[in-house]
Ligand binder design. Structure first.
Ligand code: SF4
Length: 295
């Protein structure tokens, strides 16, 4: 794996009122090899050349340890915003595992978003973190249908393996959930998909299913071009429907987004799952032991 220079791993502190109650973010890897056809991180604006090649940052764990040791505020550290922390190279390079050990040592919480069941390897560390701070394992699952997941996320473990990993993480006592994100108009925006994802999430012990805002996929610059090229290969004729419906809009909402939101909300209510960012973030923040919430 190629190494690239880095000065900083941990982002500056934020008040945790943002997404999923996190206060810091980390990206140990650059690029991602899971090949999701809709991936926003391949957009030009992020300036990640050769996005499908995973690189790691030189001395990433040493830099992270130095940053953690100097932070005056503990907080919840989130991984997985720009690349998957459990890409296949993590199996041997163990940077994500190393970072979890450091978060544990310095009293920080950990939150990961992944499409890989490799996360199960690290449940022991999440359990140790959970004794002093929130430990959150989120799975990105866009479809209940294993075959469809291999079409739109060709190099990631399929949905069935992700659900199985979700079940293991929940059984280990961790706070778990699903990001149903993005929702692809005319592909995954069906009532059946929403119902089945929520039902399986509940059966696997998840605490929330968080849909993409407005049940949409966002498209811009080269990422739109890449997405349309993949549509041409996988769903011939669908590009025309996108162009006709959305033009060059950034946010491409499912035409039935309002209905899908109703379906998701009522299904989550039946199962006792959370589904709004506000409620999920509050629930995660409540995982901090009482004496630390003053931070
Ligand atoms: S797993 Fe995430 S970062 Fe990787 S290609 Fe898929 S959407 Fe992009």
């Amino acid at each position: 794996m190629r190494l690239i220079p880095a000065k900083q791993i941990l982002s500056p502190w934020s008040d945790g009122r943002g997404w999923f109650g996190s206060n810091y973010t980390i990206n140990l890897y650059k690029g991602c090899s899971h090949g999701c056809i809709y991936c926003d991180s391949r957009s030009d604006c992020y300036r990640v050349e050769n996005f499908d090649e995973v690189r790691s940052k030189t001395d990433a764990l040493q830099i992270l340890e130095d940053e953690l040791s100097r932070k005056r505020r503990r907080g919840l550290v989130a991984a997985g915003a720009m690349s998957d922390p459990y890409n296949p190279l993590e199996q041997t390079h163990r940077l994500t595992r190393g970072s979890l050990a450091l978060l544990c040592r310095y009293g920080f919480g950990a939150s990961v978003l992944t499409k890989s069941d490799l996360v199960v390897r690290d449940l022991d560390l999440f359990q140790r973190i959970r004794q002093q701070a929130p430990a959150v394992v989120k799975f990105s699952i866009t479809t209940w249908d294993d075959d469809l997941s291999f079409m739109i996320e060709p190099h990631a473990p399929g949905s069935d393996r992700r659900f199985a990993a979700l079940k293991e993480a929940s059984a280990a006592g961790l706070y778990t959930g699903i990001n149903l994100w993005p929702v692809l108009p005319f592909i995954t925006d069906t009532e059946e998909n929403v119902r089945r994802v929520v039902d399986r999430a509940a059966a696997c012990g998840a605490r929330f299913v968080c849909p993409s805002p407005h049940f949409c996929v966002t498209l811009r610059q080269n990422q739109r071009i890449y997405y349309y090229q993949q549509l041409d290969k996988l769903f011939p004729g669908l590009r025309r429907r996108y162009v006709h419906t959305f033009g060059r809009q950034y946010e491409c909402r499912s035409p039935q987004s309002d209905y899908l939101w109703e379906v998701l909300q009522s299904r989550c209510q039946e199962h006792g799952l959370l589904c709004t960012m506000e409620d999920i973030s509050a629930a995660i923040t409540n995982q901090w032991p009482q004496q630390l919430t003053l931070f």
